[in-house]
Design a protein around this ligand. Structure first.
Ligand code: SF4
Length: 180
């Protein structure tokens, strides 16, 4: 009987997709994993809804109401949820706006900033509401593991995932624990 494949879902909240690119740097080893894993919701599959999965990988912090919705959807569907990269764990570069009032940020970008030719702050019901600050994912839902780095290396992704294929807890080597 064929072995059940581990189902993995991934998403980028307030991130730059650099962590996803680093994940793809696994290169040909991804093909070796091919018969052990399958992707659920992910930019790699373009599936839009997260259904029950073994592992969820979250890139990026939480900056708007849609990020909160997606993160809760992942928590509800993923047995193990992993915060991937500095933005998910600390808010990262997007959280630099936390030093300023949100209104001040919007006015600087859309009204008063260099090169603004048509000053207006976007306001459309289709746009997700911005939160007052950018939050680390663990401040919104419970997170099971943290994979630091900006971005984490491809080897770090492998060290995180391969033990879980056999139901083991992941152990990151010390040289994969970096915060830059
Ligand atoms: Fe991009 Fe770095 Fe944030 Fe990953 S941690 S989303 S690579 S800025």
């Amino acid at each position: 009987m064929a072995e059940r494949k581990l189902k993995i879902a991934t998403t980028s909240l307030a991130g730059c997709f650099g962590c996803h690119m680093s994940f793809l740097d696994i290169d040909e080893k991804l093909m070796l994993l091919n018969d052990r894993i399958e992707f659920n919701r992910s930019p790699l599959t373009d599936i839009k809804q997260c259904s029950p999965s073994d592992i969820g990988l979250i890139e990026g912090g939480v900056c708007n109401a849609d990020n909160v919705r997606v993160l809760r959807e992942f928590r509800a569907n993923c047995t193990i949820l992993i915060a991937v990269g500095a933005c998910a764990i600390t808010g990262g570069v997007p959280a630099m706006r936390n030093y300023f009032d949100l209104r001040e940020c919007l006015e600087e970008v859309y009204l008063n900033g260099t090169g603004v030719t048509n000053p207006q702050i976007p306001s459309d019901t289709e746009l997700p509401l911005l939160l007052d600050k950018v939050y680390p994912v663990q401040e919104v839902v419970k997170i099971d593991y943290f994979l630091p780095g900006c971005p984490p290396s491809a080897d770090a992704f492998l060290q995180l995932l391969v033990p879980q294929l056999d139901g083991q807890k992941p152990q990151l080597a010390a040289d994969q624990l970096h915060y830059d």
